[in-house]
Design a binder for this molecule. Structure first.
Ligand code: SF4
Length: 410
């Protein structure tokens, strides 16, 4: 469904991470991180390809040892997406990663504190036209700042950490910068980004660190990232989950698609919550449909609805959907019934027609439905009436409950 609602985005400078623009009005990008040993080139490349297929625009690899830097030299030329080297404590790894040809570095100001080392890296990055992310992390905040702010990680302390690093970069006239101020505490992270957005126009990389496993981790990451995106803050995002990084890439992409910040690439599956009128196990069919569409790149909104009484109407904005009725499925396109199939073929039918629409177009699908739609409409009306007759107008017994409540009060 197209929406007229758009969130104004904060104006930021633009940098290029390889051939991917970040900031300056460019589409918000998705990042994820490999969990292989970077020195294991084939395993790391295999994971990078999986992440790119799942929606990652940029992938970060750790560069924690000389062998990892050598791995990067082999990985970068074969990667389908730009590579960011994650630098831990040793600035020499940053210089080696630049030598390896990476498209961006991530430095943690809490870990590399020697100003001369920081400036040496920035000078080298400047010569190579490679951007750096200043990656402040609440959990590894510079000790001095931690003490200055009363032995606490505060939004002000995190912003000041980023500003100190910016000042070092400024000294060597380096400005290809993006910044993150991540924390595992969601309100802290939100406020740190808000304050940072007030004092800089460098593009911002959003994330909640150490979110933990799904589903709680997904909630935390989404709470932090989505709140800021709705305020127009954020140019690139990462979900940091204790699970397969492919999930991170997929979720990041889905979040941006749901905000209308990226073109839809995969199916947007909607499903009714089910109720007393449902004629199928909606949750099972919705999950089966989700699995069936998981690896297909079909940019359509697809609906699974529990009954034909309200399903086609409630999901009339979906491109295609199926509603259950009397042991059969009623397929509809933009709210119009077009075909009837046995109940056990509902998911396969959805996939087949959605693929057809994706490949041949909506007009071709409507033309295909010409010979079946009258019978489909008639069958849907029969099942609708049957459901209404059997379950009545008040299938959820809401009115009975209300009557009981009234009686209890009188
Ligand atoms: S009325 Fe039908 S479509 Fe709506 S929630 Fe109930 S089963 Fe689903």
């Amino acid at each position: 469904m197209d929406t007229a609602v758009e969130f104004p985005r904060r104006k930021t400078r633009q940098i290029m991470v390889g051939d991917v623009p970040v900031g300056g009005g460019a589409p918000v990008t998705v990042q994820s991180m490999t969990i292989t040993k970077t020195a294991d080139v084939e395993a790391t490349l295999a994971q990078i390809y999986q992440l790119a297929a799942a929606g990652a625009d940029i992938v970060r690899c750790t560069c924690n040892e000389p062998e990892a830097a050598e791995g990067l030299a082999r990985i970068v030329p074969r990667s389908p997406v730009p590579i960011v080297a994650d630098i831990h404590h040793q600035y020499r790894r940053a210089l080696e990663a630049l030598e390896a040809g990476v498209h961006c570095l991530r430095l943690n100001p809490g870990n590399i504190r020697n100003p001369e080392h920081i400036k040496a890296v920035a000078r080298e990055a400047k010569d190579r036209n490679v951007p750096i992310r200043i990656g402040v992390n609440g959990g590894s905040l510079d000790k001095e700042l931690y003490e200055k702010y009363g032995g606490k990680v505060t939004p002000q302390a995190m912003v000041e950490s980023a500003q100190r690093e910016l000042a070092y970069f400024d000294e060597v006239d380096f400005d290809l910068i993006k910044i993150s101020v991540k924390a595992s505490n969601v309100p802290l992270m939100i406020e740190a980004y808000r304050q940072l957005a007030e004092v800089t126009d460098h593009p911002l990389h959003l994330g909640v660190t150490e979110c933990g496993p799904p589903p709680g981790g997904i909630l935390k990451a989404t709470a932090g990232i989505a709140t800021l995106l709705a305020e127009g803050i954020g140019d690139t995002i990462r979900y940091s989950l204790s699970s397969d990084p492919v999930d991170e890439a997929r979720l990041g992409r889905q979040l941006l698609e749901s905000f209308g910040l990226r073109e839809r690439k995969n199916v947007d599956l909607i499903a009714c919550p089910s109720c007393g009128r449902a004629e199928i196990d909606v949750y099972k069919i919705a999950n089966d449909a989700q699995d069936a569409f998981a690896d297909k790149q079909i940019p359509l909104q697809v609906a699974v609805m529990g009954c034909v009484v309200n399903g086609p109407g409630e999901a009339r904005d979906a491109d295609i959907g199926i509603a259950a009725g009397n042991k059969r499925g009623h397929l509809f396109i933009r709210g119009e019934n077009v075909a009837v199939v046995p109940e056990d073929e509902m998911v396969d039918t959805l996939v087949e027609w959605a693929t057809f629409i994706n490949e041949e177009g909506m007009d071709a699908a409507l033309a295909r439905a010409l010979s079946t739609k009258d019978a489909a409409r008639k069958a849907a009306e029969e099942d609708r009436q049957r459901n209404l007759n059997e379950k009545g107008e008040d299938a959820n017994d809401s009115e009975t409950v209300v009557e009981l409540m009234k009686k209890a009060r009188s």
